[in-house]
Design a protein around this ligand. Structure first.
Ligand code: HEM
Length: 286
């Protein structure tokens, strides 16, 4: 639309001779045609509704400046040679999210008591809607997460991503690995069947063989002279409160450092050398 047509005719600058809308004093061309139809209220409401998500995002963004962070995170530059192996960290993150979501639903039906734990798992598997599916996802998902975390660690090791300046991210990764393994270990006892009972005793005894801290660690895990009700309560608290909280915080720190430092190029990609400046004598002075 021409800006001129928005200004009422009496306020318009008169056209210079030879320009404008024809003969002096004649009505401008846009006033001779019928004004465009105004959109109906319903159409205008529809237009506003289409804009609503953008408006809400803009409202939140003005108050949080979140888009700066999100664009930095989602549209960050990656080095040449980035390949499928770089998706293993995100795959581990996805496995963790699946574990967290399915775990919340399992916790709605699970009872952490030595007399009721097994029965509550049977109830989930046999009676609850999609219970066996959600339980299966959580059980198999734990192995998937352990496999992925090792593959991701292997990728960062073989690509030399533990070196300066990413040592701290490697150290955080080692803690994430220990927490993930502890998560798998403590979760194994929760169904409280024969297999989980005896496997946990073996695991606790193996911990007890560690140097210096070993015996204290196994006492702490067993929470008493024998594996029993307090052990189950302790494993449950560690499994669903302590470690998920620590994992979320450390994954946050891990990803912050990934965004801040960027990822490492594969070892077979050579860094481009800056081109040497030509000696001034050889510069063509044409
Ligand atoms: C819950 C577990 C973990 C999650 C969710 C996770 C997630 C990620 C993601 C998304 C990235 C960026 C993309 C990529 O390189 O794959 C990354 C990078 C990295 N991770 Fe992990 N990670 C985990 C565990 C580990 C472990 C166990 C280690 C090593 C002990 C580790 C060390 C690193 C390092 C050094 C980088 C930087 C890679 C580079 O600069 O190329 N992470 N992580």
């Amino acid at each position: 639309m021409k800006l001129d047509s928005l200004i009422p005719a009496p306020l318009r600058k008169p056209a210079k001779p030879g320009e404008g809308n024809g003969a002096k004093g004649a009505a401008p061309a846009d006033l001779k045609t019928a004004p465009p139809q105004r959109p109906s209220d319903a159409a205008r409401l529809g237009e506003r509704a289409k804009e609503a998500p953008v408006d809400v995002l803009a409202w939140v963004d003005q108050r949080t400046a979140a888009t700066g962070f999100l664009t930095g995170m989602l549209f960050r530059k990656v080095p040449k040679g980035t390949n499928w192996f770089y998706t293993l960290g995100s795959a581990t993150l996805f496995a963790f999210i699946v574990q967290a979501v399915t775990g919340v639903f399992l916790a709605m039906y699970y009872t952490p008591s030595v007399t009721q734990a097994y029965a509550s798992i049977s109830h989930i598997n046999n009676d609850v809607f999609l219970g066996a599916f959600v339980h299966g996802m959580h059980k198999w998902g734990s192995s998937v997460m352990v496999i992925l975390i090792f593959l991701h660690m292997g990728r960062t090791f073989f690509f030399g991503a533990y070196k300066y300046p990413r040592e701290l991210n490697w150290v955080i990764g080692v803690v994430l690995l220990i927490l993930t393994m502890t998560m798998a270990f403590t979760g194994y006892l929760l169904p409280f069947d024969q297999r989980s009972f005896w496997a946990s005793i073996v695991g606790i005894n193996i911990n007890g063989t560690g140097p210096i801290v070993g015996p204290y660690l196994s006492d702490f895990l067993r929470a008493g002279p024998e594996l029993g009700a307090t052990t189950l309560a302790r494993f449950y608290a560690i499994h669903m409160l302590l470690i998920p909280g620590a994992l979320i915080a450390l994954i946050g720190a891990h990803l912050y450092l990934v965004v801040k430092l960027g990822t490492t190029a594969p070892p077979w990609v050579r860094a481009e050398r800056p081109k040497a400046a030509k000696p001034t004598s050889s510069v063509d002075a044409r």
